[in-house]
Design a protein around this ligand. Structure first.
Ligand code: GDP
Length: 365
């Protein structure tokens, strides 16, 4: 039908006839061709060994998943990658929020890639209960240079679960990254609580970032954490902070002399640097590599990794036992009742625990 506005009454105004509109769907597209094929364990392994970072990322997602079917395939992938792992230098980097971890990691990463080549993975351990001040560890936006570097894989901390669970996932991710050819692994952790111990138990060198304070910086730092450190580095040694940092460094050096010599035979060093201005970065990494050479020669490098493997075997056993106990439906129901009796003072905690455990053991038979 002609358009009504084309009548003489509206002369001068021509409205063209419409044309049939094509379908908004592509008729040549085969149905379902956009649906991503599910990868098998072998597909993952093949991609990882080829160094495909997208497949690596997907495999890490599987490792982090809490779904039982993902767990099974993730374990298979890890097992198959295991023979190709281990060939790396693993460095733990710890410090309180604001110490300058991400600024430093950005500088450190670029330095080691330029100086030593290879590929770098930056992982993190940050159980949600310890997540402080809103900063997410391993967040790409906090590492401007590294996040766009083609030889870098950055992964934020798996967020769900207990510290043990989060740390285990990071450890498994290390295996996958190494199999994908990442020969430098940084594990970032926040300097509060237990996550440092977990980080220490999966790295070759534990680097502790400290700040110069008002002269009492040694007060707030736990002895155990200082004993874990293979190197203490005092950040923000720039501007009018230099003197304070050097003073803090000498305090740390003096304190370290009071500790017994570590098993590695390496006396931890204390250095000052500025992550923001890129001062003293080379010296930090000369120290790390000097340590690696030293412990490779005296055999401690392999010894520490073997001890860590043993530690993680026990950690896995403990985690499995805990899950098996707490996820048992009978125990779950009984726990609530027992908890009430203990709270009401009707039973002692020991009696309640024993009854629960005896029930659990009986259920196993
Ligand atoms: P993180 O929470 O430990 O990751 O710390 P950030 O790397 O986010 O740094 C916290 C703040 O300290 C930021 O405002 C940085 O710009 C600043 N900062 C980091 N490194 C240095 C440094 O070497 N010198 C100075 N003056 N400031 C720094």
């Amino acid at each position: 039908m002609e358009h009504p506005e084309n009548s003489a009454e509206f002369a001068g105004l021509v409205v063209n006839k419409g044309v049939a509109q094509p379908s908004s769907r592509n008729p040549y597209l085969r149905r379902g061709s956009f649906v991503r094929r599910k990868l098998t364990a072998s597909d993952y392994v093949e991609g990882i060994l080829k160094g495909d970072s997208s497949v690596l990322g997907q495999a890490v997602t599987l490792v982090e998943s809490t779904l039982p079917e993902h767990h099974q395939i993730a374990q298979e992938v890890i097992e198959k990658c295991l023979p190709y792992s281990g060939n790396s230098i693993r460095v733990g980097i710890s410090g309180v929020p604001g110490a300058g971890k991400s600024t430093s990691i950005d500088e450190f990463g670029i330095h080691v890639l330029n100086e030593y080549g290879g590929k770098l993975a930056v992982l993190a351990i940050d159980p949600s209960s310890e997540r402080t001040k809103g900063s997410i560890l391993g967040d790409k936006t906090r590492m401007e240079k590294l996040s766009v570097h083609p030889k870098t894989f950055i992964r934020p901390s798996p967020s769900a679960g207990s510290l043990g669970g989060v740390a285990r996932k990071t450890r498994e991710t290390i295996i996958l990254c190494e199999a994908a050819g990442y020969d430098k692994i940084f594990v970032e952790t926040v300097g509060v609580g237990q996550s440092e111990t977990a980080c220490h138990s999966m790295v070759d060198f534990f680097l502790l970032i400290q700040l110069a304070g008002t002269g009492d910086e040694l007060q707030g730092i736990k002895r155990g954490i200082m004993e874990m450190a293979d190197g203490i580095i005092i950040n923000k040694c720039d501007g009018n902070n230099v003197e304070k940092c050097q003073l803090a460094a000498s305090h740390f050096r003096n304190a370290l002399h009071l500790f017994p010599m570590p098993d590695s035979g390496w006396l931890p060093q204390v250095l000052t640097y500025s992550g923001f201005y890129g001062i003293g970065i080379k010296e930090v990494w000369d120290m790390v590599y000097a340590y690696i050479d030293f412990v490779r020669q005296n055999g401690y490098f392999d010894h520490r990794r073997a001890e860590q493997a043993k530690y993680w075997m026990y950690e896995s056993i403990n985690e499995n036992l805990r899950d098996s106990f707490y996820q048992n439906p009978t125990i779950e129901t009984m726990l609530k009742a027992e908890e009430r009796s203990v709270l009401a003072g009707e039973k002692t905690s020991f009696v309640a625990a024993k009854q629960l455990f005896d029930t659990y053991l009986a259920l196993l038979h």
